[in-house]
Design a binder for this molecule. Sequence first.
Ligand code: KG4
Ligand code: ZN
Length: 358
Amino acid sequence: MLVLGIETSCDETAAAIVRDGREILSSVISSQIELHKPFGGVVPELASREHLEKIDPIVEQAFKEANVSLDEIEAVAVTQGPGLVGSLLVGVCYAKALAFGLDIPFIGVNHIEGHVFSVAFENPPTEFPALALIVSGGHTNIFYIPKAGSYKVVSRTRDDAAGEAFDKVAKMLGLDYPGGPIVERLAREGDAGKVKFPVAKISDGRPDFSFSGLKTGVSRYVRENNISPAAPDEVPSQAIKDLCASFQTTVVKSLVGTLEKLARRLEPKTLIVAGGVACNQALQTAMRKAAENLNLPVYFPSKHLSTDNAAMIAAAGNFHLEQGERANLQMTADVTMRLQNLENEDAQLRIKKVRYRL
Ligand code: KG4
Ligand code: ZN
């Protein structure tokens, strides 16, 4: 089956054509990083306007690069949520109109499930049960996946997502947006033992994440040690490099430690690490080591497929289409869409007053 995937949930306009959920014929991404850079984060209104401008040429380019004509695709898969409402609506309306015009099925895909499927391309087939850490600018979750399409959330962040913490710490240190890749580069020249930040422990003992305390820790260290943020076009100081390394090590320790603990308890057959932060090499190295200790395979997406893309959306859509699922024309963007269809504990957690921001 040839599926056109469309992704517009945040600041990337992307289209891809994928065969049978495993073979990428084309994957085109137009990033809005430069547009949002001066603001240090994504400006929703600007993002939706840019998606509107880019969606048609990007889809056209995806067809051209795949050497496929419109009437050859058999279905359209589009990110339905979570994300920014204006951005999501551009993709959803476009996908609906195209599928209606071509008289082919279409399906709404959960963006986070898309990240889970991003490892479907350059890795052996996933063996279930799997344990997936999805770690990006918007999400930090661990899912237990007993079989394809079934998700139980076993860990989430109580406050910031890990990628968001990278971005905010970078901003504090006068570094560009998005902060993740820059912090990683500077951390290579820094001493991770210079500052000891503790890994946050959740008081009720749940295996959840918290990164806002670490962010405050970095901010306090900057203030108390009179570290000046890097000025534009200036080589960042050694103190900044050391802070980047110390911060990154703490995030990696938290992510790897929690995944390892849950893997020992839940005994999966495969580990998956995906999302924008998954291309961090320090994280990959530590995860590989943990997987080796656990005697489990760990799959990462390649760099192109770690950050937001439409190939992963086509792959997830392909799976649901194969299950016979179809969206109807009433389908619309779902800003707070959850990926949880197994033993949902939300009501119980609310009673216990456990609060999650994301
Ligand atoms: O998956 P993604 O493109 O968008 C979301 O769905 O959020 O992830 C973007 C996030 C940003 O916060 C960015 O700073 C982070 O991924 N990121 C990294 C690296 N590359 C991107 N974080 C740490 N190390 C990296 N190399
Ligand atoms: Zn994403």
